[in-house]
Design a protein around this ligand. Structure first.
Ligand code: GLU
Length: 489
């Protein structure tokens, strides 16, 4: 039997950490078993507008793009659940015909939000409509009497679920309410659509958040009703389940879809790499020994439902940054250059870009995101303004002027100026700086630090001899001399 799994997001928002993690686990499971991974957009709740101010189409588009960007590729075209409307209503009609569902005409109860259900639940009860036992001929005669279609859930018996994460759970059927299959406007509910779609797409495993656990018992009741009405075949095995615990934020609260901080699109804009995010998501709820850095091919090889954690995972953004820093350091340089393009300042000319890319190896050792990498190398794009805006760098420069022998920095400037273009390389420049310091009975850092301050405007730059080698002679001397020409502090 071919493994077939799916990711079924509702386009009520964009893609967030929780959903992306579900998608990733399904994708890995399919790849590991040479199976199929399907994408189904559950766009059936047309009445409630998306919570993020976007349209359903915009959200669908951004979910699709974010999944592609993460490298989570699905098989075939993605399916819009709304396109299967007729099939869903047909199944509801078949259930009605078979006596497995009934029309509920109670005007108070027909609300799609199912207020009666909520009310019963609040009473600690399970909702059963009076229309469950009434015959069709009792239906109101007035032409506009509308109804909802409910599943006739058996009162007796139990349902047992063997879940890869939760273990075996048994629940009495009497606790399942007669939920709505078709709303009063005739539109199918999520509960109906999801079961029919999973059956028709031959889904073998459902891996999803454990917020769906109670839905699963309802969906089992519906599945059983379809089986006994011969709408579904007993030849097709029921899907197996894995309900993964929620993702919690750093404070241990449920991660909200509405929080910008967990949106995949936001991480992308900030310059996180898809490799880092997928590695992060993988480890957020799954483990293999003490492996931390796991590439996608390795994840495909190792992934297993048994490795899913039963306890909720807590997001650590520091951990994500750490992983991102790792991938920034290890990407091939030309690949990194290509990914940096959208982050470069629009004003940077080709010389500035060339300098930045030449200095990339040093810069990327310290960077956490692509955005941060560009910020760290801002001095390759433009001269730091004077007086230096960064307080630490300004202090280093001012103190050097006060504490070093009066001619020290001028001597450094002269010696650098005498270095010919062919020797303007990190090693030779470090040598010049060392010799100058020695001739003044100073340490290397006494000169290197103020030079770093005026050339980069910050104190966390890569090795200063490498920086000035990349900056070039003209830029270096200009920065040093302009600072020397400033009035003394
Ligand atoms: N559309 C549902 C959601 O976004 C998921 C349905 C499912 O995985 O069965 O929560």
């Amino acid at each position: 039997m071919t493994t077939r799994v799916r990711f079924a997001p509702s386009p009520t928002g964009g893609l967030h950490l929780g959903g992306a993690r579900t998608a990733l686990y399904n994708f890995l499971y399919a790849k590991k078993h040479n199976g199929k991974f399907l994408l189904r957009i559950e766009d059936t709740d047309k009445k409630n507008p998306p919570s993020n101010g976007q349209t359903i189409d915009d959200n669908t588009e951004s979910i699709v793009q974010d999944l592609q960007w993460l490298g989570i590729e699905w098989d075939g075209e993605h399916v819009l659940q709304s396109a299967r409307h007729d099939k869903h209503t047909k199944v509801a009609d078949q259930l009605l015909e078979a006596g497995k569902a009934y029309r509920c005409y109670d005007s108070v109860l027909r609300d799609s939000k199912d207020a009666a259900r909520t009310e019963a639940r609040n009473r600690g009860d399970v909702f059963k409509s009076p229309w469950r036992e009434k015959s069709h001929k009792d239906a109101p005669r007035n032409a506009d009497a509308s109804s909802v279609v409910r599943l006739k859930v058996p009162h007796e018996g139990t349902t047992t679920l063997d879940d890869s994460v939760k273990g075996t759970i048994t629940s009495p059927n009497a606790q399942i309410d007669d939920f709505v299959l078709l709303r009063s406007d005739g539109s199918p509910t999520y509960m109906l659509s999801v079961v029919v779609d999973d059956y028709d797409s031959n889904i073998t495993h459902i891996v999803r958040g454990d917020d769906h656990l109670t839905n699963t018992f309802r969906q089992q009741a519906l599945y059983n009703a379809c089986l006994s009405a011969n709408i579904f075949s007993t030849q097709q095995a029921k899907p197996a389940y894995a309900h993964i615990p929620m993702v919690l934020d750093e404070d241990g609260h449920k991660l909200s879809k509405r929080t910008g901080s967990s949106s995949i699109g936001e991480f992308r804009k900030q310059g996180f790499l898809p490799e880092a995010l997928t590695n992060f998501l993988l480890r957020l709820g799954w483990g293999h020994k003490d492996l931390e850095i796991v590439s996608m091919p390795q994840a495909i090889e190792l992934f297993d439902l048994k490795g899913l954690n039963a306890a909720p995972a807590r997001v650590s953004y520091a951990r994500l940054e750490h992983l991102n820093a790792h991938y920034l350091r290890t990407l091939p340089l030309d690949d990194l250059q290509a990914r940096l393009q959208p982050f470069l300042p629009a004003s940077a000319d080709s010389d500035a870009r060339r300098r930045f890319f030449q200095g990339l190896e040093g810069l990327r050792q310290r960077a956490t995101t692509l955005q941060n990498l560009v910020a760290l190398g801002s001095f390759y794009f433009e001269k730091p303004t004077l007086p230096l805006p960064d307080a630490t760098a300004r202090k280093v420069w001012d103190e050097a002027l006060l504490n070093l022998p009066p001619q020290a920095l001028t001597r450094l400037d002269e010696n650098l100026a005498q270095t010919n273009d062919a020797d303007w390389q990190a090693h030779a420049l470090a040598q010049t700086m060392r010799q100058t310091a020695q001739s003044l009975s100073l340490g290397f850092a006494d000169l290197a630090k103020p030079l770093r301050a005026v050339c980069t405007g910050r104190m966390d730059s890569p090795d200063i001899s490498e920086v000035i080698a990349v900056l070039g002679k003209r830029q270096t001397l200009e920065r040093l001399e302009q600072a020397l020409a400033q009035p003394q502090p």
